[in-house]
Design a protein. Sequence first.
Lengths: 256, 420
Amino acid sequence: MDIIVCVKQSYDVQQIKFDPKTGEPMLAGAPRKMSDMDRRALEEALRIREKVGGVVKTVSIGTPDSRDVVKEIYAMGADEAYILTDLKLEKADPDVTARLLSEMIKKIGNYDLILSGAASTDGYSWQVPAKVAAHLNLPFLPNAISINVNDAVMVDCDLGDAIYDYKAPLPCMVSVSLEINEPRIPTLSAILKASRKPFTEFHIKDFEVDLSPELEVISTAMPKVARKNFIVDASDASKLDEVRKIVDELRKENVI
Amino acid sequence: MERVLEYPKDPIVTFSKEEELWRNMVREFCQKYIEPKWIEVDIEAEKDPMNIPVDLIKKMGQQGLFCIPCSEEYGGQGGTYTMATIATEEIAYADPSVALAVYALLNNGWPYALELFGSDEICQEILPEVAKGDAFFGIASTEPQGGSDVAGIRTTATKKGDVYVFNGEKAYISGVGEVQKLAWGGGWFLIARTGEAGHKGLSAFALLARKNGELNDGWNPTLYEDIGRHGLTTGGFILDNFELESKYLIGEEGKGFYHVMEGFNLARIVVAAATVGAARWLLEKAVEWFRNRKLFGRNISSFQGVSFKFAELYARWEAARYFVYRASRLADKIYMEKDPSLSPKDLNVPVALAKNYGPETCVDLAEEVMKWYGAYAYTKEAPIFRAWLGPFSYVIGAEGAQNIMKVIIARDIIGKEFIR
C-alpha cells in the first residue's frame, strides 16, 4: 500500500501573540509545529503500513522555515518526505496550496491512498483536502474518524449530524479529524536518526502552477470583544434581591 | 499548550533543531501522562512508599526517557548529556514534586556512568532493562555515619574466588522500593572498601539486589517515610555476606572513588536541571497568581515588596538555568566529543555551581510563592508545598551537600593547599 500524506508545518496558534494595537497575529519568529490533524493523518498512514505493509510518503509546502517539519515527519516513521518551500508561499491560499500539493503528488506518482488533516491548525479553512482530491480526480471522504483498508477503503466520516460509513475504491483521498487516533510521540533515538535522513526538495519552477490567490484576505485581526461591565450592587443583606438581576442577565445572554 | 512564562530567548545557551524537537516531544509526553497524574502519585505514595507508579515508569521507558546518553547497543537513546538535561528539566516542570524527575535523572546519570567505566558484559545485562523502565539503577554511597565523607566508607567487599562478599550498611538510598517492585529489579553504582583506609581503598560495583525478578540473598532492605517527592522510594539496606560475581566490579579495583566522583558530577547536572524545571513551574504559578490576585483594590504584584522579590528570584532562576546548561554542554564536550583540551576535572566547578545554585533557588522561590499565595498555600489543596518539599531534599544534601559544593568551588579556585 503506497500512502501519501499531506503535512503542513503550521503556526502553534496557542503560542501566538497578537499586536495589541492592530489585533493582528505577530507571526515573525512565532513557534511552529506540525498541524494537529495532519499529524493524525500521518499516524493513521503509519498504522495502515504496520498492518498491511507498504510505503508512507509525505508532501509539504510552505516558507523555507517549514523544512523543520521533515525532522518530525521522519521521527514519526515516514519513509520518504517531499517538500516545496518558497518565500512566495507565505500567504498561499487553500487553492494555491491544493494546486501545488496535487502537482507534487502527480510527480511522485504511485499512490493507493492520500491522507490529510481535515483542516490545518492555523489556516483552518477545511478546503485543501477536497481541492486536492478534485485536482487529482479522486473520490474524497472527509473527516474520517476511522479507516479500514483492504482492496477498498472503508471510512467512518463524522459529518456533524451523524457518523456516515462510506466505502470507496482505491486510489482515493481521505481527510481525517482529530478524533481518529492519538499520534505517537517520537523518541530521541528516532529524532536523531531523522535528522540524518535525506529528503527531496521541489521548487516552484518545477511546476506550471498559477500562484495567484483566489482568496482575498481582508484582515486576520483578533475580534474585539468588549466586556459589558454589568455591575450589581449586593454589598449588604438588604440588597440580596439584586442578585436576581445577575440571573436575568445571564438568561438574556443565553448563558443559562 | 499556552505557557504563562515564555522560555528565555537566549543567544548564549542555544539549542539545536533536534534538541528543540526533543524538548517539545518530552513536553507533549509530560502534558499527556505526567501533569494529570503527579499530585495523585504524590498523595498515594505518601500513604505507602511502595505505591510506586510502575505503569508510568514503564511508559517513560517506552518513550526513551531513561538511558538517554547511553549507546543504542545498550538500549539507550544515543543522545547527548544535554538531551538528558532537557528531558529532566521538562519532567520536573510537569511533576514539580520532582519524584519522577529524580527517577529519570538517576536512571540517566548512573547508567551513563556505568557505561563509561563498566564492562561491556554488565552494560549489556543491565542497561537495556533500565532503558525499558523494567529496572532501576541509582547510586549507593551514603552510609549511616554520613554521606559527605565518601573516603570514609565502611562497607567492605572482600574477594573470595570469583565473588566479592559484601558486609555493611547503606542509608538514604533512592530506589530501594523500585528494585523490589519493577519487573526486572535493578540495583546501584555502589561504593565499598576493597583495600586500605582512605579513598584509594574504594572500589565501585554494579550491585544488583534483584535481577530477572529474583531477590539476591544477603540484601536486607528497609524503607523510610520521606516528607516529600513521594513516588520515588528512599531507604537503606544491610549487606550481610552478600555475594556478587567479580564481573560486576566497575572499572579497576581501588579506582571506585574517582569513578563515583565523575558519576556524581554527571548526576548533579541533572539534579540541578530538575530543580530548574520545578522552579519554572513555581514562577508560572506566581505569575498566574499575580495576574489574578487583588488586595486593596490592586494586583498584589503592584506592591514592590512582591514584584522586586519576584524579579530577584527570576534572575536567580535564569542564572541557575545557565549554570545547568553550561555544565551539560561541558559534559558533552568531555565525554561525548572527547575534546582533548578538557578533562573530567573541568566539570567540578561548573557542576558545583549548578548543584549549589539550582536547588536553593527553587526552594527559596517555593517559600516565597507560598507566602504570596497566603493561607491557601498552607492547605494541601494548593499544590505549591509539594514543589517545596521535593526539591528541599537537594538543599539538605542528596547527591552532595551544599557545603560540599562550596568546598569543591573553593578548593578548585583557591587551591587545595590553601583551604586546609
